[in-house]
Design a protein around this ligand. Structure first.
Ligand SMILES: [Zn+2]
Length: 261
C-alpha cells in the first residue's frame, strides 16, 4: 500500500520536475499558471494532466491540436516514480552490504530520512534532464542541494568525513576543469560534486567518481564509433554523474572493494 503511494507521489513530483527542468533554464517560473501545449498553446485540462496515465490515454497527443506531446514528460514521470520506489525499497532493506549510504542517513535522520532522500533524488533527476537537454547545470539546483545536505549532515556521526569527501571530489573535478581548460569538465560538474560527494561521504564519493568516469568513457566511445559524436564536441558529463550517483547508492562500497581486490 505504502509502495503504491510512493510510486504515485513519485509520478506526481516527476510531473513537476518535468515542468521545472523545462522552465528553469529558460528563465520562466514554475509557479506561473498551468501547463500549455507546446504547439497550440492551449491549457492542458487537469484530467489530461494526470502524470503518465493521461499520456497513455491520449495516445501521446494533444486533445486539441492532435499533435505529439513530448515523450520527455511521461518518461520523467515514470522514471521519478520508479526511482522513488527504489529508494523506499532500499531504505527498508539497507544493510552493511546493500545501500550503506542510505543506512548511514537512516541512523541519524530517522523518520526524516525518506523525505530527505526523495528531495535529494528530485534535485538529481532535474539536474540530469537539464544537463542532458541544455548542457548546463543551474547553480540554484546544485548549491541548494548542497546546502540541504550540509545541514542534514550535521546530524551525522561522520559529518567531517562527508564534508571532506564532498570537498575532495569537487577539487578533483576542478583540477580536471583547469587542466583541460574547461573542455573536459564544466564548473557545473564541480558544484554538483560538492552536493553529491557530501551526501555520499567517504569512501562512496570515490566509487561515485569512478563509475561516472567509467560509464562516461564507455558511452562516449560508443557515441563516437556510432558517428553520433566526435572528439572536441562536448558530451555533457552531468548525466553520468547523476546516473553514477544512483548506482553508488545501490552498490555502495562493494564495487570499490571488488576493484581494489
Ligand atoms: Zn495542442
Amino acid at each position: 500500500m505504502m509502495a503504491i503511494l510512493i510510486l504515485v507521489a513519485g509520478m506526481a513530483i516527476g510531473s513537476f520536475l518535468g515542468a521545472l527542468s523545462y522552465r528553469l533554464p529558460r528563465g520562466q517560473t514554475v509557479m506561473e499558471g498551468r501547463s500549455l501545449c507546446d504547439h497550440c498553446k492551449r491549457k492542458i485540462a487537469w484530467q489530461d494532466n494526470i502524470p503518465f496515465f493521461s499520456y497513455l490515454f491520449l495516445g501521446g497527443r494533444c486533445r486539441h491540436c492532435n499533435r505529439q506531446i513530448s515523450k520527455r514528460y511521461p518518461f520523467i514521470e515514470l522514471s521519478t516514480g520508479l526511482i522513488f520506489l527504489g529508494i523506499y525499497f532500499l531504505l527498508n532493506n539497507c544493510s552493511g552490504e546493500l545501500a550503506q549510504t542510505l543506512c548511514n542517513w537512516k541512523v541519524s535522520l530517522k523518520l526524516l530520512t525518506l523525505p530527505f532522500l526523495l528531495f535529494v533524488a528530485s534535485v538529481m533527476i532535474t539536474i540530469f534532464v537539464i544537463d542532458l537537454e541544455q548542457k548546463l547545470i543551474p547553480d540554484e539546483l546544485s548549491l541548494f542541494g548542497f546546502l540541504i545536505v550540509l545541514v542534514a549532515a550535521i546530524f551525522l556521526a561522520s559529518f567531517f568525513a562527508n564534508v571532506f569527501a564532498g570537498f575532495l571530489v569537487s577539487v578533483i573535478l576542478l583540477l580536471i576543469h583547469l587542466v583541460t581548460k574547461g573542455r573536459g569538465m564544466g564548473l557545473g560538474d564541480v558544484k554538483l560534486a560538492l552536493f553529491a560527494g557530501t551526501f555520499l561521504g567517504w569512501p562512496y564519493a570515490l566509487t561515485w567518481l569512478f563509475i561516472a568516469f567509467l560509464t562516461g568513457a564507455a558511452v562516449g566511445i560508443i557515441l563516437i564509433l556510432a558517428g553520433r559524436a566526435s572528439f572536441g564536441k562536448q558530451i555533457p558529463f552531468g548525466p553520468f554523474l547523476v546516473f553514477s550517483f544512483f548506482i553508488t547508492i545501490v552498490v555502495g562500497s562493494n564495487f570499490l572493494n571488488l576493484i581494489l581486490k
